[in-house]
Write a protein that binds this ligand. Structure first.
Ligand SMILES: [Zn+2]
Ligand SMILES: [Zn+2]
Length: 130
């Protein structure tokens, strides 16, 4: 692996680590481009795919939204999508035991909870930084 691709990879990884919320490919590009000149979206996509294959990245799939990526190994958490700026944030916490919702005879294996609304910046009427 060339030195250039190693540094691109490191910049992309650090961008996601420091974001503290799942990023889509364009957000990764914006964040990592401050570190790496001439970083292209194709490289970002390739690195994200590799990260998932290697197990250090987790794809976050929300309905009708581009795939976001977060670091693997986080504690159980959920997500909040801002309807105005479209950013996705981590929600720490969980409604907990959802078994009472499950029809009789069904075996619950997993759950996903997505909250929708306005992030603090949008709720305060501030322009989002993207
Ligand atoms: Zn927002
Ligand atoms: Zn949960």
């Amino acid at each position: 692996m060339s030195r250039r691709s190693t540094s691109q990879r490191r910049a992309i990884r650090e961008a996601i680590e420091h974001a503290d919320r799942p990023l889509d490919a364009n957000e990764v590009l914006t964040a990592a481009a401050t570190e790496i000149d001439n970083l292209g979206i194709a490289t970002v996509y390739r690195t994200l795919k590799l990260g998932v294959e290697e197990g250090w990245l987790i794809p976050v799939e929300l309905p009708n939204a581009p795939t976001r990526f977060e670091m693997a190994g986080k504690k159980h958490h959920h997500h909040f999508e801002c309807r105005q700026c479209q950013r996705v944030f981590e929600v720490h916490g969980c409604p907990g035991n959802l078994k009472p919702l499950v029809p009789e005879g069904f075996a619950l294996e997993d759950h996903e909870v997505i909250l929708y609304g306005l992030c603090a910046e949008c709720a305060a009427g501030k322009p989002s930084k993207g």
